[in-house]
Design a protein around this ligand. Structure first.
Ligand code: GTS
Length: 237
């Protein structure tokens, strides 16, 4: 961890943490990007939970790791488990006392939180619902209830969300304003999921497409397994 430029921690004080992960998953990708942005990857040990085998729905996982039965989950040395990408990102961002992803001032924090939540509601979570209800999703053994009509409505909502974020990005360089933040990471998660379900960003959403191309050049984003996979590149072993 010696490469971290500014930190309130000495290397030995930084916590080791475990991330319950599915490397190409859009939500785990959000936390992987946050770790890379904070240069904390070497503090994280990843444990794969196979979504397609329903390991995240097993009673032990629900009881001990995440009541919601989703990934990612961050587990601290003392056994504390933090689920929800935004909560995990807030935790990681606060570790060094120099928040770069979740805002410093009340105004920044408010804007970033709002835009990240909006990116979940209008884009990422909507595509997730489409995946689980409007496509075979994780397969019949895991998808015990499917409502295709709801899935297709959410797909249409996500397409409207893409137009909304296109409008936002016509006016400013990043989703929550002038700097990269957790809100950008959430929209990246949304576009990763859109790639997985073949829901293309409409060609007229030029600002959103240009922003996504820029995001994929960021060191924290470009080598993510999900991005490599979607771009037809080999995954690291
Ligand atoms: N609100 C949660 C968060 O922000 O962490 C959602 C997490 C989520 O839906 N994760 C997906 C999941 O566990 C992982 S992935 O789809 O990105 O790979 N899905 C499995 C399921 O059964 O919902």
């Amino acid at each position: 961890m010696s490469s971290r430029a500014t930190t309130h921690f000495d290397a030995g004080e930084l916590p080791m943490m475990k991330i319950y992960d599915f490397p190409t998953g859009p939500y785990p990708t959000r936390v992987r990007i946050a770790l890379a942005e904070k240069n904390l990857q070497s503090c994280a040990q990843f444990e794969m939970v196979d979504l397609y085998k329903g390991e995240h729905k097993k009673p032990e996982f629900i009881a001990n790791k995440n009541y919601s039965g989703t990934l990612p989950v961050l587990e601290l040395n003392d056994g504390t488990c933090i689920a929800e990408c935004t909560a995990i990102t807030e935790y990681l961002d606060g570790l060094d006392g120099i928040p770069t992803l979740t805002g410093r001032t009340p105004r920044e924090k408010g804007m970033i939180h709002m835009m990240s939540k909006r990116a979940e509601l209008e884009l990422l979570d909507a595509i997730s619902v489409y995946f689980h209800h409007g496509t075979p999703g994780l397969g019949p053994d895991v998808e015990l209830y499917q409502n295709p009509e709801w899935g297709f409505r959410q797909r249409d909502k996500a397409l409207r969300g893409m137009h909304y974020f296109d409008t936002v990005l016509k006016a400013q360089p990043f989703v929550a304003g002038d700097t990269f933040s957790m809100a950008d990471i959430t929209v990246i998660g949304g576009l990763v999921f859109s790639g997985i379900v073949n829901l293309s960003v409409p060609a007229e959403c030029k600002a959103l497409l240009a922003w996504y191309a820029r995001m994929q050049e960021r060191p924290s984003v470009k080598d993510q397994p999900a991005i490599l996979w979607l771009n037809g590149q080999a995954l690291p072993s």
